[in-house]
Design a protein around this ligand. Sequence first.
Ligand code: ADP
Ligand code: MG
Length: 572
Amino acid sequence: MGIINILDDSIANIIAAGEVVENPAAMIKELVENSLDAKANKISLDIDTNFDLKIVDNGVGMDRNDLVLSIERHATSKIKEKKDVFNVHTYGFRGEALASIAAVSKIQMTSKQEGQNAYKMIAYAGKIIEVTQVNANVGTSIEIRDLFYNTPARKKFLRKESTEINKIKDVILKEALANYNVAFELKIASKVVFKTTGQGLDKTVFEIFGKNNYKNLDKFNLGFLGNVEAVKSTKDYIFTYVNGRYVKSNILDRAIISGYDTKLMKGKYPFVILFLEISPTEIDINIDPSKRYIKFSQEAMIYNMIVKEIKDYFYVMDRKNWRPSIAEPQKAYEYEPKEMVEIKDSNFSFPMLKNSSNYGNTKETHFEKQIGIFEKSDGTNKKYDVLGQIFNTYILVNNTETDELEIYDQHIIHEGILFNELMEKASQKKMNSKQLLVPRLVSLMPKERQIVFDNYNIFEEYGFEIDEASENEVLIRSVPDFDFRHPMENVFKELIDSIIINEFDIQDIRREILTSMSCKGAIKAGDKLTMYEMQNMVRRLHEVNRYTCPHGRPIIAKISKEDLDKKFGRIK
Ligand code: ADP
Ligand code: MG
């Protein structure tokens, strides 16, 4: 007897729902894209904390017949013949999304086409309960409740609420950026958390990323290029779109990074918004519901084109901005302690420049640092003779006890010392906070903002006082009383980014704050040190007895007398 059954549609839909509705964010993406396909220029979403939701658009709507068909499997208005599959200009075309969503929820859809009657349809688990004529505006509104109510096993897959909400915001952000003539509004539990007005690309970028980011973005042929002030430590700010779809592609990322060339330091990524228009027959999109990976049939051509566009842009800009360095006062204000100050004693602090307002608010941060990291002390230790510094990076120490030449990485040992001291303070709840003279406005993406407010208590415990400023900005009023040696905004943003990329939990977040403070506060490789400073560092290292760096890198290399004797053939 045969064992193959043809699954009935309702089971097939539930299985498909596992893919389409992999998570609420993926489902919302489908719904938003349906609204976009229906040519809506206004889309609003209201999501409850248990993921009940309502989406309203002002698109072309559906007639009664289409409304009923829309939740049928393989119901699509977008493909009629086989050749259409290879030439799709709409977001959806598989006719799967609504059927899948309806199969695992209670859905109510109201739709009206211009000059027609409006109809409301209610369906439970994909079975239509009623269709009635109602009054409504042109467009479609869809309410979804009790997601997965009929498939309890799947319900468990709904992840932590804040993680999901972040993903949803991310989805809306990416759609809103590409569809800049569409007004988006996202409410979570009736509170507006994201909003654009659909008034063109520039306004949309401004509305999404805030004034501070916007001023560091320049328009070029393919979108926006961030300048060096907008450099990030993650690739999250490389937004690539092909034919209006957000896509992920190594080729595109690599081309962008290559276009920036030497403008980027190692481990840094630019803020770029890139829009490509390519014939659909030249691309292959593997539609994984959340990320869209794309392949190009003409990879090399596209790669070269993007590199060239970016290089050409900077070629022109660099020449336009070039002036003889002597006549460029701003340059001298870049933070470069070794050229600007001789480190003399413990309490020396970097002069505060009061008239920095000429250079705009954000530039002020460069003057905030103090150099008082090497406290006054005798600075010698009997067992350790500091011999000197090489390559402005390593400290040479003669360990008279073990007869070994020890080589210390100056950044790493300083980082280790700071980390240990901060740990001590944190465990005794003695982290001090200093109020900023002028509170700093920092632009944050929705995801970043969420991290800050989800972990508000931790930030506060460590000395950050943060206030909401607007939808995409926060105000930093106080910071840990610590010499960060970097502009405060950068430290803060990098910290948040790192929490996001690593998906840290609470314990890890505490550690990450200390790790990033000590990393930022530590002297760098390449900084010239005086004998006095080196002696102090080595003494503090041995005082705290800490020989591993917070990142787990080795901190001391050793060469014994025996090693040298062998090298020179004194012994075999
Ligand atoms: P697909 O988008 O792949 O065609 P869906 O299951 O997402 O499949 O939607 C099925 C059909 O329902 C669409 O082809 C479209 O005709 C109709 N539809 C869905 N959402 C809307 C909407 N917001 N406005 C108008 N029509 C819609
Ligand atoms: Mg669709």
